[in-house]
Design a protein around this ligand. Structure first.
Ligand SMILES: Cc1cc2nc3c(=O)[nH]c(=O)nc-3n(C[C@H](O)[C@H](O)[C@H](O)COP(=O)(O)OP(=O)(O)OC[C@H]3O[C@@H](n4cnc5c(N)ncnc54)[C@H](O)[C@@H]3O)c2cc1C
Length: 481
């Protein structure tokens, strides 16, 4: 529980009095659900939780908080995992959960656009798009929990970035409630609009530090009529990257996923579930899960079979799913690997990126450096090749005492980030900076970037009431209750 100053207590009482019934939760038991993230690693008890049902209610709530000097943090599905969406400001924060602003306002199959409220769960938004014979292509393991506002605020990627781009590439417009409660209306479905600064871009990936996304207009695409999934075994990451380069050219740009998984990841998945077997006749050092999809008169299966026939110099073994169910079984390996890593307890997650042409060198250099310095650490390596985004996670050995985890995680993360730096990569390609990547981010950011970022923060949130201390360090003196 946060130690509340008498000033904060009075502000909270005033906030409660100003809110309509049912908008603000203050009961300790009710607050618990909003205090811990998806991984369980990050905990922060909010002073209260606001649950607006509309942009107007959200605006009213923010105006009251602004008036009272209350610190606020927006919360989606809590799957961001960098400690950004749970309360953490030392003097206490009010969480605003978007969970009741969850409507799909429209799907327009001629504009190929949909308008969705920020609290809509990604999977629900995808289902609505499908009902209009379209797809919303943002796809990843947490889609049953994460929400559209969270996806926008972390610029989420996923399996289909290769073909459709990241969330930033899909956002046509936004409706945003600012720190002082005013509503910025940029909710348009225009494809082209060159009227000066494109302000919506600033809110994408801003992790809630500049405004609260209330709704988003997103691009959708024709729903593919054919989807083919294959899993292949290869000798090395280098071979996988050669296969990727060929697949981009030879599969008529119909690739929708190209997921790299090193053998350790496959073992984690098959050991986690009795009904999952080794997918190929023997084990291979490296696997690639490939998906291609198409609408219209394309014989996708023949295209993929022809591609693999020509790639026999690289592919050692493989399977093309003969049914939708078999395709789903192949994807299950990928999903189980992610889920099962955490079953033994805590582990280090990284979500780094390097340019696609550097992936093979990055993986081999990092694994060699880890094996040299920390041979006891178990490295689990997989990634979305199409966006150069690699997860190199560290699972502690079974016999390691839990109190030694933090120093192992810290030391191995340094090793991984050093290699990222050598390749001019990014230490955070997925989850953002939040609180836990802040020190590593600030250490690497150039002074001009930081100066401009601080000025943007000051322009949007001069009192520093919104998601204070995320991405940028807390502005001492300004951030107080
Ligand atoms: C199993 C798993 C797989 C994942 N795979 C991928 C992947 O493949 N690619 C990828 O890019 N990411 C991936 N992620 C991370 C992904 O970015 C986030 O899961 C997701 O986009 C966050 O959405 P959320 O609703 O859970 O947001 P939260 O975790 O609740 O919040 C994330 C951040 O956004 C802010 N925020 C939330 N809602 C709003 C709003 N309405 N307005 C302003 N700010 C807001 C929060 O304050 C916080 O800073 C994965 C996560 C998990 C757990």
């Amino acid at each position: 529980m946060n130690a509340q100053s008498p000033l904060k207590e009075r502000a909270l009482a005033a906030l409660s009095a100003a809110m309509p019934t049912d908008l603000l939760l203050t009961d300790a038991e009710a607050l618990e659900r909003y205090s811990r993230d998806w991984s369980g690693d990050h905990y922060g008890r909010p002073l209260a939780v606001a649950r607006p049902r509309s942009t107007e209610e959200l605006s009213y709530f923010m105006a009251c908080c602004h008036e009272l000097g209350m610190h606020v943090v927006p919360q989606g599905g809590l799957t961001g995992l960098v400690g950004a969406a749970v309360a953490s400001f030392p003097e206490g924060e009010v969480v605003v959960s978007l969970e009741r602003m969850n409507k799909v306002r429209s799907v327009n199959p001629i504009d190929f656009a949909m308008v969705v409220e920020a609290g809509c769960i990604l999977e629900d938004a995808k289902r609505h798009a499908e009902a209009a014979d379209c797809i919303l292509p943002i796809t990843f393991g947490a889609q049953g929990s994460c929400r559209i506002g969270g996806n926008v605020s972390t610029n989420a990627g996923g399996f289909n970035v290769l073909r459709y781009g990241m969330t930033r590439d899909l956002v046509l417009g936004l409706e945003v409630v600012l720190a002082d409660g005013r509503i910025w209306n940029g909710l348009r479905t225009l494809r082209k609009d060159n009227r000066g600064y494109d302000l919506k871009q600033l809110f994408i990936g801003a992790e809630g530090t500049l405004g609260i996304v209330a709704a988003a207009a997103l691009k959708v695409f024709p729903k593919p009529e054919q989807v083919e999934t294959a899993l292949v075994g290869l000798e090395s990451v280098e071979a996988a990257m050669q296969l990727y380069a060929r697949a981009r050219r030879q599969c008529s740009d119909l690739l929708t996923a190209f997921e790299l998984i090193l053998r350790g990841g496959i073992e984690i998945a098959i050991n986690a579930r009795e009904d999952l077997n080794d997918p190929l006749s023997q084990s291979y050092p490296v696997y690639v899960l490939i998906e291609a999809s198409a609408a219209g008169r394309v014989d996708l299966k023949a295209l993929l079979e022809g591609f693999f026939a020509d790639a026999s110099d690289l592919v050692l073994d493989g399977v093309i799913a003969s049914s939708k169910a078999q395709g789903e079984r192949l994807w299950l390996l990928r999903e189980m690997m992610v889920e099962a890593q955490g079953r033994g307890g805590r582990y280090l997650r990284t979500d780094v990126s390097v340019s696609i042409s550097s992936i093979a060198a990055f993986v081999s250099e990092t694994l060699a450096a880890l094996a040299d310095k920390y041979p006891e650490a178990i490295a689990v390596t997989y990634g979305h090749v199409g966006d150069g985004n690699i997860h190199l996670n560290i699972v502690p050995p079974e016999d390691m005492p839990a109190e030694e985890y933090d120093s192992l995680f810290h030391a191995t993360e340094e090793v991984i980030f050093d290699v990222v730096d050598r390749h001019g990569g990014s230490i955070s390609a997925e989850h953002g900076i939040g609180k836990i990547k802040q020190a590593a981010f600030l250490k690497r950011a150039d002074p001009l970037t930081l100066e401009l970022a601080r000025r943007i923060k000051d322009a949007f949130d001069p009192e520093h009431l919104l998601s204070e201390g995320r991405i940028l360090a807390s502005a001492q003196g300004k951030a107080g209750g």
